[in-house]
Design a protein around this ligand. Structure first.
Ligand code: ARG
Length: 245
């Protein structure tokens, strides 16, 4: 009898939970500190996840973060494995042909990390060098455009930085928030590496949450909850926590 009551209560509880909050699944390539990463307890943390969690509270939805490799992350969205991507995705015209984006939630420039004392101080200095980034990112597209440089791609930006640290490549390009985290803040890497310069700082990239083309329901939910946390000051709090005021 008691078990039956317990089961009925459990069922009611689950139904109420579902009715209260809609699940929205976000794919996160959590290899991109401090934007999105895994902490010591294997939780997905970082600036992006915190923004998403705050948006869920403000917008009355239940965000589910799904750790997903960057390679294939767009294909997974198209095949319906999740509702959105929260992985520091730069809003580009090419990507807009295949997916829709929320309003921007962050601005980045591409930063170039080099070994201290390398003498590399401009794009021209990268000629003849091996320049790397994470595959299929805007940073990697830049690597391929640099005159005279050899572009190299890695599955994760951390692996590129590791190779740079070990002297196997000459430079790494990444979103500046991530580049400066490795080059200026990281306990080990910052001893040897530095952020040399930003490429085209006058034309920044804007990060958005990607959704499938025409998925107005999710994009509207994301945009209204993003606007809500900007208006309430919650967004600024999260920003200050990760990047300083
Ligand atoms: N902003 C860059 C782009 O969209 C890099 C994003 C990489 N994100 C990640 N979580 N690994 O191409």
């Amino acid at each position: 009898m008691r078990t039956r009551i317990a089961l009925v209560l459990l069922a009611l509880f689950l139904m109420a939970g579902n009715a209260l909050a809609k699940d929205v699944v976000f794919a996160v390539d959590a290899t991109y500190p401090p934007m999105e990463m895994i902490d010591a307890d294997k939780n997905i943390v970082g600036f992006g996840p915190e923004v998403v969690v705050a948006m869920g509270k403000a917008g009355g939805f239940n965000p589910i973060l799904k750790n997903t490799a960057w390679d294939g992350i767009f294909a997974g969205l198209a095949s319906g494995k999740y509702d959105a991507i929260a992985s520091s995705v730069s809003i580009t015209d090419e990507r807009k042909q295949n997916m829709d984006f929320s309003d921007p939630y962050f601005e980045v420039k591409q930063g170039v990390i080099v070994p201290k004392g390398s003498g590399i101080a401009s794009v021209a200095d990268l000629a003849g060098k091996t320049v790397a980034s994470q595959m299929g990112t805007t940073g990697y597209f830049l690597c391929k455009k640099i005159e005279g440089a050899t572009a190299k791609s890695y599955d994760e930006i951390g692996l590129a930085v590791e190779d740079l640290y070990n002297g196997r490549i000459d430079a790494v390009i990444a979103d500046d928030a991530v580049a400066s985290n490795y080059a200026l803040q990281h306990e080990q890497y910052s001893q040897k590496l530095t952020l040399a310069f930003l490429i085209a700082p006058e034309s920044p990239e804007y990060l958005g949450f990607a959704v499938n083309k025409g998925n107005k329901e999710i994009v509207d939910l994301i945009n209204s909850s993003l606007a809500a946390i900007k208006a309430s000051g919650e967004y600024d709090k999260i920003y200050a926590k990760w990047f300083g005021a």
